[in-house]
Design a protein around this ligand. Structure first.
Ligand code: FES
Ligand code: FE2
Length: 402
């Protein structure tokens, strides 16, 4: 990347940030901050591209888009994937225009340079004799498949995924996350800086007042002492280890040079088996689950991708900026691969909880941005129910100040 930003200004803002408080206005409004975030956070950390079931056959591809970037992620072999910048090596046109599809090769719509699935330039008509096609491959992007989750990194030297793989190696097989299928995906456009959306996702201080549907299912919406009591009761009913293992390599707890991750399981309220309107089952059990456990797992893969794993379905939440004051929250609903729509599950009840919850979040996040836009906005102190958000902010400030 060539675009610069004032590192001195950023360091000064990081220094001015009051500890334990919401972020200063500049973090949401300053174009230098935004540029630094795109380069040092989104350009450095692993991003969720999608699930292997979204590109089941050789030649299937999906685009991952954030800010000014577009990345083509392709299945090149039965178990191999490649990822490339969607930027033509001739004069820079976007090559692939559809968000997903199937291709034998990618032909740029401008002057018809063509690239194979691995990003090699294979045709460039009417170029001078001696033109070396091998020097004009698409810019490669790292891609990794972790139990069905496809992660990409734009970094030249990506953060290590080894601690994440080790920590989750005995957990993800419980849910057989590679044997899921995408039942539905919706993109929610939010008129707010991406951090306001991520911060909102990370705290449940707002859950009781803002999400009556969520609060009737998840113990997490209760005040902290009540939640802790419910969690310790839940832990007594469940054998330790396995599904209950806590894995904390998130944000400021990540090893230096490694990507952050987190896993833990929390109770649902009594009588609730899953995230449905009346707490009753929605779909066939995931993986090796054989009975409802009265809980749901939280999984974090990198700083911008979160999953909630119920016993019978999994919901994914991906945050991506589109501009300094706009972002998208992509919500994914996964069920086990053998489940049949209309017979084993229905989309409306499956998607109900996180559709109403995300619509409500859109509104509160937009109002939050409106207030932060004010010249009279002053950051207030965070509560103990915002401790996960606080970890994110500590990590964010350290990463930006580096
Ligand atoms: S910009 Fe792609 S072929 Fe010219
Ligand atoms: Fe919310």
């Amino acid at each position: 990347m060539q675009d610069g930003y004032s590192a001195t200004k950023i360091k000064a803002l990081v220094k001015a940030q009051p500890k334990g408080h919401a972020l200063l206005r500049g973090f949401y409004k300053d174009p230098d901050i935004y540029e630094a975030e795109m380069q040092t956070l989104f350009g450095r950390h692993w991003l969720f591209a999608g699930h292997v079931s979204q590109i089941p056959n050789i030649g299937n591809y999906i685009l991952v888009e954030f800010d000014t970037e577009s990345i083509i992620v392709t299945r090149t072999e039965a178990t191999e994937f490649s990822a490339h910048m969607n930027v033509c090596r001739h004069r820079g046109s976007r090559i692939c225009l559809e968000k997903s599809g199937h291709a034998k090769s990618f032909t740029c719509p401008y002057h018809a340079w063509a690239y194979d699935l691995r990003g090699n330039l294979i045709a460039a008509g009417q170029m001078e004799a001696g033109f070396d096609k091998t020097a004009y491959s698409l810019r490669a992007v790292q891609v990794e498949n972790i139990h069905g989750f496809l992660l990409i990194s734009l970094a030249d030297a990506p953060l290590s995924l080894a601690p994440m793989k080790n920590a989750l190696g005995d957990i993800l097989p419980i849910f057989e996350t590679e044997n899921l299928q995408l039942a539905e995906m919706k993109s929610y456009e939010i008129e707010a800086n991406w951090k306001l959306a991520v911060e909102n996702y990370q705290e449940c201080y707002h859950c009781a007042p803002a999400h009556k549907e969520f609060a009737q299912i998840h113990a997490m919406a209760r005040d902290l002492p009540r939640f802790k009591a419910l969690k310790s009761e839940y832990e007594k009913t469940m054998p330790s280890g396995g599904i209950m293992s806590e894995k904390n390599g998130y944000f400021d707890l990540a090893e230096p040079g490694a990507e952050g991750f987190q896993y833990g399981r929390n109770p649902l309220l009594e009588g609730c088996q899953t995230g449905s309107k009346d707490g009753t089952p929605l779909a066939p059990f995931l993986g090796r689950i054989e009975a409802y456990t009265g809980g749901a797992s939280e999984l974090m893969l990198g700083p911008f991708m979160y999953f909630l794993i119920y016993d019978d379905h999994m919901v994914g939440y991906r945050f991506r900026p589109t501009a300094i004051d706009r972002c998208v929250c992509d919500i994914y609903w996964f069920v086990r691969d053998s489940a049949r729509a209309g017979q084993d599950y229905d989309l409306e009840p499956l998607t109900w909880l996180w559709d109403v919850t995300t619509e409500a979040d859109k509104t509160i996040i937009r109002r939050n941005q409106a207030g932060v836009n004010s010249r009279y906005y002053k950051p207030g102190p965070l509560s103990q129910m915002e401790h996960f958000q606080q970890s994110f902010l500590n990590w964010y400030l350290a990463a930006l100040g580096r």
